[in-house]
Unconditional design. Structure first.
Length: 231
């Protein structure tokens, strides 16, 4: 039995693009904390016909989503090699290795998410979307897959679909801070829904209290909202 897991991280976000964390498994994850109190708890994520996936806290603003699947030892080794390649920036070689893992372990969700994220980084958005949709076919409630699919939709100009995907991820796990921030940036920079942007920047700031950029964005959106009000 091999345990795949999506692992969280806390990178400083860039406002010019949606946020995807590329750490151990190359996918961004949500927060399970509330504000800055460092609360630790587990949350179950329903995944279609499978047992509920369990989100496990991992640090103040991170979590893991473990996935136990039975695969051969050589497939596990190839998966670890693929992740190492992605970490070193060997994207094309890493993608090829992940494609082999997915082919030999078609029931595993997380390698498909990793593959979708890596393909998106290479600009292969159609293939990335296909991989993420395949992950969601196996696990319809997987928040990381929904968040990453929202990023692909945003990158291809499908802003309403991106919004729906982020909102679906948040309906499953309301404190998923990457999806919150991505939704805020989408509303701010792409669909000009300043009320939505402010709401989600505020939500993000309550969870990730040490990000120095977000208060600046909040002030900017507040100023733009005030300027738009009739005198």
């Amino acid at each position: 039995m091999t345990r795949f897991h999506v692992e969280g991280a806390r990178p400083r976000p860039l406002r010019a693009m949606a946020l995807a964390a590329f750490v151990l498994l190359a996918v961004g994850c949500a927060s399970v904390g509330s504000g800055g109190d460092g609360a630790r708890r587990s949350v179950e994520v329903k995944t279609g016909g499978r047992d509920a996936a369990r989100i496990e806290p991992d640090g103040q603003h991170g979590f893991t989503v473990p996935e136990d699947v039975r695969i051969a030892s050589d497939v596990r080794s190839d998966y670890q090699r693929a992740i190492g390649l992605l970490q070193r920036g060997a994207m094309e070689e890493g993608v090829a290795a992940l494609e082999s893992v997915v082919e030999r372990a078609p029931e595993a969700v997380i390698p498909r998410i990793d593959l979708g994220v890596a393909l998106a980084r290479l600009g292969q958005h159609g293939a990335a979307e296909h991989s993420l949709e395949a992950a969601l076919a196996l696990a319809p409630g997987h928040p990381a897959a929904l968040n990453e699919l929202g990023i692909v939709y945003r990158q291809t100009g499908r802003f309403e679909e991106a919004r729906a995907s982020y909102e679906r991820a948040l309906s499953i796990h309301a404190e998923y801070h990457y999806a919150i921030l991505n939704l805020g940036m989408l509303c701010d920079l792409y669909v000009e829904d300043l009320a939505c942007a402010l709401e989600n920047y505020d939500r993000y700031a309550r969870i990730v209290t040490n990000d120095p950029q977000v208060p600046i964005w909040i002030a900017d959106v507040r100023n733009r909202l005030s300027a738009a009000e009739p005198e």
